[in-house]
Design a protein around this ligand. Structure first.
Ligand SMILES: Cc1ncc(C[n+]2csc(CCOP(=O)(O)OP(=O)(O)O)c2C)c(N)n1
Ligand SMILES: [Mg+2]
Length: 572
């Protein structure tokens, strides 16, 4: 054989191969995911191996509920979709509360779950469950990956679905043999970063924008409610520009809190009910007419009601509206501001008296609460605790509420100074989000202070992942309003069944949770004297700076309740 012939007879170099887990990691990287929250299981380990290659941080928690809540919280804090990876069966069922919470809160995140091998389909493999069927009603997209070549493609598909309309969670199941198998790289579809989905910054119908500008220019007593989607759309500046140019009093709820700082001339807080009663035009931005809004019934019947939302299905739901706009709420607010600014008189000056009227009532509202906020009583009034927290917050403190009554009370006192600095579970009202949200916030913003205010019931649900926060150098300040009970529920039971039969199923032990922080190497302190709240918080703050989470356990009066609890407004 000649030399040349010998060369041609050499075997072709083997095709480059890639496994399903590595394809997952490539697709996560393309989406901009830099961190996954996970709890290990044999079904999903190849994803970790892929993440190592792609430089994706792996935060392994102690309960999958925390992984899912953390992915939700990380999405809220970074503006990019979050990602949780859990094993088949119980790993997935444990994560379901977190997915459900993200679904109701419109938070974009992907849950990737393991599954038994396709080759053992319906044979009773370890941890086999009908995950897709279980997740379908609480996600925007739920599917199983049928072939290794499709893994990255379906991850990007799931992320695309997260951003359809108002954002939300997606779920992808990857059977074990699909994840572990290797395929030719050339045959796998691997969507390129930035090239597999469109911009969502639509203003919708330009005619509707003009109509809203007309309505507002003519309005004498308008008000606006800035909801969660203002934060989701990165619309803080657009919303500020809108209320300032048009001189409109603004109320904020959900993640919209902090859009305007307290003290801003357009920031209103205590007079929402008055404004909804008296306004001629009410603009609802990025929040549904759900129980928090009395399903729309708390708005004056003959007001001109305008709804702006990312989700077509939310507009006009539960209450008739005069005008609906669908699109990116920031793009729409900017377009309306521009359209109104073109007019010779946009009506801004004429609304001075209306603003003053509300401002005066606002001051009256604070005045009424002041006695409770400054209460010297022992046991400590939860109102005093809430007031102390508000005084303690800095511009850079991310405040998280996780609990029943003590957290509801805190919403009357705590006013976040900046957007994105208030977190609550959202309309699912899941207790247990706090530890995950705190850890995710600190991981997203290591230089910020993170304070989570818990009820004692809520803390015990997921508190153990404080250890995870410490392990990943994401310490935070935990403050517990400890009334040794599930008070928000207890009140309704006592009202309905009397003292004797009402204290059933809702009383907890007196747990000195400060020792929990100590057990994890951090600082803990119990507080029974109202004067000691502030110094204890300061000591906690310093201890967190030293690197470990701290717990300030404030013993609060179990016989003090929030007005909403007294009126049971959440059920009305
Ligand atoms: C996961 C979950 N379970 C149950 C509830 C119902 N629930 C709402 S408030 C509450 C009491 C919470 O107690 P705690 O956190 O101690 O706050 P408190 O009301 O005592 O201030 C309960 C059980 C819920 N919202 N979420
Ligand atoms: Mg409690």
């Amino acid at each position: 054989m000649s030399e040349a012939a010998e060369k041609t007879a050499e075997p072709e170099p083997a095709e480059e191969k890639i496994s399903g887990g590595h394809l997952v990691a490539k697709a996560l990287k393309a989406e901009g995911v830099d961190t996954i929250f996970t709890l290990c299981g044999g079904h999903i380990i190849d994803i970790y191996d892929g993440c190592l290659d792609e430089g994706i941080r792996i935060i392994d928690v102690r309960h999958e509920q925390v992984a899912a809540h953390a992915a939700d919280g990380y999405a809220r804090q970074t503006g990019k979709p979050g990602c949780a990876v859990v094993t088949a069966g119980p790993g997935t069922t444990n994560a379901m509360t977190g997915i459900a919470n993200a679904f109701r809160a419109e938070s974009p995140m992907l849950l990737i779950g393991g599954q038994g091998a396709l080759s053992q389909h319906k044979m009773g493999s370890l941890q086999d469950l009908p995950h897709v069927d279980m997740l379908a009603p609480i996600t925007k997209f739920a599917a199983s990956v049928p072939h290794t070549e499709r893994v990255a493609d379906m991850v990007s598909m799931a992320f695309r679905e997260c951003q359809n309309g108002a954002p939300g969670p997606s779920y992808l199941e990857i059977p074990r043999d699909i994840l572990d198998a290797k395929v030719d790289v050339a045959k796998a579809r691997i969507p390129a970063a930035g090239r597999y989905r469109a911009s969502t910054k639509s203003i919708g119908d330009p005619e509707a924008v003009e109509r809203l500008a007309d309505i507002l220019v003519k309005s004498e007593r308008p008000c606006v409610l800035l909801g969660t989607q203002v934060w989701t759309c990165g619309a803080t500046e657009a919303a500020r520009g809108f209320v300032r140019a048009l001189n409109i009093p603004a109320y904020m709820n959900g993640s919209g809190r902090g859009t305007l700082p307290p003290g801003d001339p357009h920031h209103f807080h205590r007079t929402r009910r008055v404004a909804f009663d008296k306004a001629d035009v009410i603009v609802i931005v990025g929040t549904p007419f759900d129980f928090r809004m009395g399903y729309g019934r708390r708005l004056r019947a003959d007001a001109t009601v305008v709804q702006i939302d990312m989700d077509y299905r939310t507009v006009g739901k539960n209450r008739d509206i005069s005008l609906g706009l669908v699109g990116d709420v920031g793009a729409i607010l900017r377009a309306v501001t521009d359209a109104a600014t073109g007019r010779t008189d946009n009506g801004a000056k004429g609304r001075g008296a209306w603003m003053e009227e509300l401002r005066a009532q606002e001051a009256g509202g604070t005045e009424k609460l002041m006695a409770s906020f400054l209460s010297e009583a022992t046991p400590i009034s939860p109102y005093r605790g809430a007031w102390e927290l508000n005084e303690f917050l800095t511009e850079d403190t991310i405040y998280i509420g996780d609990g029943g009554d003590v957290v509801t009370i805190s919403a009357q006192a705590v006013q976040p100074r900046s957007p994105g600095h208030w977190m609550d579970p959202g309309p699912l009202g899941s207790l247990g989000v706090g530890t995950a949200f705190a850890m995710a916030s600190k991981l997203a913003h290591p230089k910020k202070e993170v304070l989570c205010y818990y009820g004692d019931g809520a803390f015990a649900m997921t508190g153990f992942d404080m250890e995870t926060a410490n392990r990943f150098n994401a310490p935070y300040l935990a403050v517990i309003g400890n009334n040794s009970s599930m008070n928000q529920i207890r009140f309704g039971q006592i009202m309905k069944y009397g003292e004797q039969r009402g204290n059933v199923g809702n009383k907890l032990g007196d747990v000195p949770f400060e020792h929990f922080a100590e057990m994890l190497g951090g600082y803990g302190e119990g507080v029974t004297d109202p004067k000691e709240i502030r110094p204890a918080l300061e000591r906690g703050r310093e201890a967190v700076k030293a690197g470990k989470s701290a717990v300030i356990n404030i013993w609060v009066d179990p016989n003090e309740y929030a007005p909403g609890t007294r009126n049971q407004t959440m059920y009305k």
